[in-house]
Design a protein around this ligand. Structure first.
Ligand SMILES: [Zn+2]
Length: 167
């Protein structure tokens, strides 16, 4: 790493520090010629998409695993296989289009639930109950209520009758 000030190629590391999540390393450097000090950041560059799990472990993105999760949610529901395939492709494309090669499993979970919500409400509820791992039954019921409320919002009420027959 050349000195950004004078271009000298010899710099000395004076301090090294890991970021809180351990995904990058910050180094303070000092030029051995002009003593200019600067900071560099190092982070691994992944060639393929990686998923960071809730426990911090990082593993390669696995399309089959994503599909298995969705398959479980739509089991015995009236959701065609082609729809599931499209879902998986759309989710993968969304993740691949991001600048970063690493996504959190939570982000993937949000994407899947967003999509499933439009496809099948039961599948959606099944999916979020697994991936959100609700700690309280109340949390689960709140999620269920939110879905039911959305359903009611979509319900078109009959036009009000100006002249009710029984008046
Ligand atoms: Zn320098």
């Amino acid at each position: 790493m050349n000195c950004p000030d004078c271009g000298h190629e010899r710099t000395r590391v004076i301090d090294t520090e890991s970021s809180d999540d351990g995904s990058s390393v910050r180094r303070r450097r000092e030029c051995q010629r002009c003593s200019f000090r600067f900071t560099t950041y190092e982070r691994p560059e992944w060639d393929s998409l990686q998923v960071k799990k809730r426990d911090g472990a990082i593993e390669p993105f696995d399309r089959a695993k994503l599909r298995a999760g969705i398959d479980r949610a739509v089991e015995k529901r009236d959701v065609p296989e082609t729809t599931v395939t499209e879902l998986v492709e759309e989710i993968e494309a969304t993740i691949q289009a991001r600048d970063t090669r690493i996504v959190s499993s939570t982000f993937v979970g949000e994407l899947v639930s967003e999509q499933l919500r439009d496809v099948d409400k039961v599948a959606y509820i099944r999916f979020v109950s697994v991936y959100k791992a609700f700690s309280e039954p109340e949390e689960f019921l709140r999620e269920l209520d939110a879905v039911l409320d959305a359903e009611l919002d979509n319900f078109e009420p009959a036009a009000p009758d100006d002249d009710p027959p029984n008046s």
